[in-house]
Design a protein around this ligand. Structure first.
Ligand SMILES: *Cc1c(COP(=O)(O)O)cnc(C)c1O
Length: 454
């Protein structure tokens, strides 16, 4: 077995499940200290040898044939493909992992949010306060319910919604705060819950990137009225497509169950064709084979989450003193970040004026997968299109739907700055070794040192 195919084997086999904790993805890591980390190393963008290549990183999603396939194959061969006992098992295990009474799975995170918002009776004419720094699905889920997204600016150190910016956005129409634990890192829940309590608002947690993140000894998703999760392919618990709604509120989850199954009451057999529906509903059930994949992924999630958290802390400690680099911060009560993404803020001034685009290019050339992350969202066409719809015109005033005015009211300067200067790395990078983290830090330091020439 050649060196690179052996590495591939390590990363994909069951050995790899433990091995990823130790394996180093550094190219030529055996002589890392002599040549790769040499102070005179030429950055890859200037023709030097890259520190990493695409096989350096843990392949995502991970699939360990010997451990993962038994239940999946049994489920496929059984012909029981529509939701049954594997979906029940996954829901029970996910509820236990989050520390809540109940969990309902659905087809994806977007529909988890849509359903949760809907079953909390948030709809046309209502306002929902959320963060501008999020994946578009958070906002689409509000719009899908004909509610109005209102954006409160972020905390520039943590990237999360700033609790101090929420109160001034509350009106008579405000019904809920949709908190997003963006990048998998918990928002400042104590202060958010306090604002919500004071104004009698519902708190919904979009934990679609935050599997098993811990805030104040609580797993996120268990703190508000409900939490929503995504199991999309890139997420820390990947199924391909999948989502979940969790809560301690039995009645709410019973209603979500009906909403996810044509309005048939919770407890009705999923095969029912003549049940008495009691509500208008969609049908967004998870399949058995999806649950089998989820159960396989779930076994690794706790260990992987710890590894990401530890590597992120280590990487931050290595790069925090580099001029122009400011790693993301956690709130004091966060004892574990899920780090769906690792991020720092980039300042060209520390890099002799090198643009972020150029910096990202240089880092990518070293074999480190990275991007600039989200763009400002509330000014985009899908918002204008929504405001022009019949239902919005029927429920909101002309002033509220004046798009120029809306953009102005929802202007969030801290978010705009972050969209301009963030650097992201995907979570699989954090499943590398400590040596890999040292390699990333070295790549950044080296780009900084050669900034004048790049
Ligand atoms: C992924 C994601 C969603 C949507 O989940 P899907 O499963 O992709 O539909 C919602 N919110 C956030 C913050 C996400 O990252």
């Amino acid at each position: 077995m050649g060196h690179s195919s052996r590495r591939k084997f390590l990363r994909q086999s069951s050995l790899g499940a433990a091995g990823y904790l130790f394996a180093s993805g550094l190219v030529n890591s055996s002589f890392a200290s002599s040549s790769v980390f040499s102070p005179s190393r030429t950055p890859a963008i200037l023709g030097g040898q890259p520190l990493f290549n695409e096989t350096s990183w843990v392949k995502w999603p991970m699939w360990v044939q010997s451990e993962d396939e038994k239940t999946l194959i049994e489920s496929v061969r059984s012909g029981v493909w529509s939701r049954a006992k594997l979906v029940d098992e996954f829901e029970n295990k996910w509820a236990a992992a989050i520390g809540v009474k109940r969990c309902l799975t659905v087809v994806n995170g977007t529909n988890a949010l849509i359903t949760a918002i809907n079953q909390l009776d948030i709809g046309a004419g209502d306002e929902v306060i959320t963060t501008p720094y999020t994946f578009i699905a958070s906002v689409q889920a509000i719009l899908a319910n004909n509610a109005m997204p209102v954006f409160a600016d972020i905390d520039p150190a943590t990237y999360q919604i700033d609790p101090d910016k929420i109160e001034s956005k509350i009106t008579k129409k405000t019904k809920a705060i949709l908190v997003v634990h963006i990048l998998g890192l918990p928002a400042d829940m104590d202060r958010i819950m306090a604002v919500a309590k004071k104004h009698n608002l519902i708190v919904i947690e979009d934990a679609c990137q935050a599997h098993l993140a811990v805030y104040d000894h609580k797993v996120v998703g268990s703190i508000g009225r409900t939490g929503c999760f995504s199991f999309q392919n890139s997420k820390n618990l990947p199924i391909g497509e999948g989502g979940a709604i969790v809560s301690n509120d039995d009645k709410f989850i019973d209603n979500c169950f009906a909403a996810h199954n044509l309005g048939y009451a919770y407890g009705t057999s999923t095969g029912a064709v003549a049940g008495d529906s009691f509500m208008r509903a969609s049908k967004i059930r998870l399949t058995e084979y999806a649950a089998a994949i989820g159960l396989a992924q779930l076994k690794r999630l706790e260990d992987q989450t710890n590894t990401r958290h530890e590597n992120a802390a280590y990487l931050s400690s290595l790069i925090k003193d580099i001029d122009g680099v400011k790693p993301i911060k956690l709130y004091d009560k966060v004892t574990r970040g899920a780090y769906h993404l690792y991020s720092f803020r980039y300042n060209p001034e520390g890099f002799k004026g090198m643009s972020r685009t150029k910096f990202l290019d240089a880092l990518r050339k070293e074999g480190v997968p990275c991007s600039g992350g989200y763009k400002v969202m509330h000014t985009q066409e899908f918002m204008r299109e929504t405001f022009n719809s019949r239902v919005y015109k029927g429920f909101y005033s002309k002033k509220m739907l004046d798009f120029e005015d809306y953009k102005q009211r929802n202007n969030c300067p801290e978010n705009a700055a972050l969209c301009n200067d963030a650097v992201w790395m995907t979570q699989n990078v954090l499943l590398g070794s400590r040596k890999d983290m040292e390699g990333i830090a070295e790549a950044i330091r080296n780009i900084s040192k050669n900034a004048g020439k790049i």
